[in-house]
Design a protein around this ligand. Structure first.
Ligand SMILES: Nc1ncnc2c1ncn2[C@@H]1O[C@H](COP(=O)(O)OP(=O)(O)OP(=O)(O)O)[C@@H](O)[C@H]1O
Length: 253
C-alpha cells in the first residue's frame, strides 16, 4: 500500500529535510501494525502521507485499492491523534456524528450509528455530555468512536494514548483490541512505547532517523492478548526483540 515513498520537506532550501526515504509498507486486512522509532524518524509523516494530508515527493500511497486522495474523499480511513481533537461546542454524540454528516447521512441514521459507536467504546450514557465534562481517557474513546463511525477499513492512530496515565492507557489498549477484533479494521498505530506496541500489534515496524527508513519488522505471535499476556515469557521476548531492533541488533525471534 505504501511503495518506495520518499518525503523531502523544504526541497532545495538550506533547511531541506529528508523525512522518509524509500519506505514501503503493506498492511493486511484486519492487521494491527505499530510504528516505533526515535523522535523525528518520520512516523507522523508516514501517517500524514497515508491520510493524504501531505503528498509524497516520490513513490505511491494506496488505501483500500485507491490513491490516497480518493480514499480521503471516500472516508476510507479514520484518524485518532494524541489530542482527542473534539469540538468543544458539540456534544459527544454530535462529535461522533460529524463524519456521518460529511457523508450526508440522515439525522436518524446518524444518531443511531453514533449511539452504536458510543456503546462500542463504553460511553453510551455520555452522548449528551460536552467534551469538557469527560476525562482525558473518555475523550480519547470518543475520538476512537468518531474515527470508526463510518466503519472505515483502516484506522490511523498517532500516539492516541500518549497523554494518559498508565492504568487508563492499559485499559484503553485492551478496549482497542476488542474494538478492532469486532470491526475487522486494519490499524496503523504510532507509539513511543515498546510494551504498548508489542501488546497491541501483529507486527511492530521499527524505523530509524535521518533519513527515516524502516530498519526491521518484528512479528508478534502471542497466544492471547489479555492481562496475563503482559506477564508472559513470549511477551517479554518480543519486547526484547523490539528493543534490540531499535538498537540495530537483528531480531532473533
Ligand atoms: N512540515 C514540515 N516541514 C519541515 N520539516 C518537517 C515537517 N514535518 C516534519 N518535518 C521533519 O520531518 C522529520 C520527521 O518528522 P515526524 O514528525 O514525522 O517524526 P516522528 O517520528 O513522528 O517524531 P516524534 O516521535 O517526535 O513525533 C523531522 O526531522 C521533522 O523535523
Amino acid at each position: 500500500m505504501i511503495d518506495k515513498v520518499t518525503k523531502v520537506f523544504n526541497q532545495g532550501r538550506a533547511d531541506e529535510v529528508t523525512a522518509l526515504s524509500e519506505v514501503s509498507l503493506t498492511v493486511g486486512d484486519g492487521e494491527f501494525v505499530s510504528l516505533i522509532g526515535p523522535s523525528g524518524c518520520g512516523k507522523s509523516t508516514l501517517l500524514r502521507l497515508i491520510a493524504d494530508l501531505i503528498e509524497p515527493t516520490a513513490g505511491t500511497v494506496r488505501v483500500a485499492g485507491k490513491d490516497a486522495g480518493r480514499a480521503r474523499r471516500d472516508q476510507d480511513y479514520g484518524i485518532a491523534f494524541q489530542q482527542a481533537g473534539l469540538f468543544e461546542w458539540r456534544t459527544v454524540r454530535r462529535n461522533v456524528e460529524l463524519p456521518l454528516e460529511l457523508r450526508g447521512l440522515g439525522k436518524a441514521e446518524r444518531r443511531a450509528r453514533a449511539d452504536q459507536m458510543l456503546a462500542l467504546v463504553g460511553l453510551e450514557e455520555f452522548g449528551g455530555h460536552y467534551p469538557a465534562q469527560l476525562s482525558g481517557g473518555m475523550q480519547q474513546r470518543v475520538a476512537i468512536a468518531r474515527a470508526l463511525a463510518v466503519q472505515p477499513p483502516l484506522l490511523l492512530m498517532d500516539e492516541p494514548f500518549g497523554a494518559l496515565d498508565e492504568m487508563t492507557r492499559e485499559r484503553l489498549q485492551a478496549e482497542l483490541l476488542g474494538i478492532c477484533a469486532q470491526t475487522g479494521t486494519s490499524t496503523i498505530f504510532v507509539t513511543h512505547s515498546i510494551s504498548e506496541a508489542v501488546f497491541l500489534s501483529h507486527r511492530v515496524v521499527v524505523m530509524s532517523a535521518r533519513p527515516g527508513r524502516i530498519t526491521a519488522a518484528v512479528e508478534v505471535d502471542l497466544a492471547a492478548r489479555d492481562e496475563a499476556a503482559r506477564q508472559s515469557d513470549a511477551y517479554f521476548e518480543h519486547v526484547t526483540a523490539v528493543r534490540q531492533a531499535l538498537r540495530g541488533i537483528p531480531a532473533s525471534i
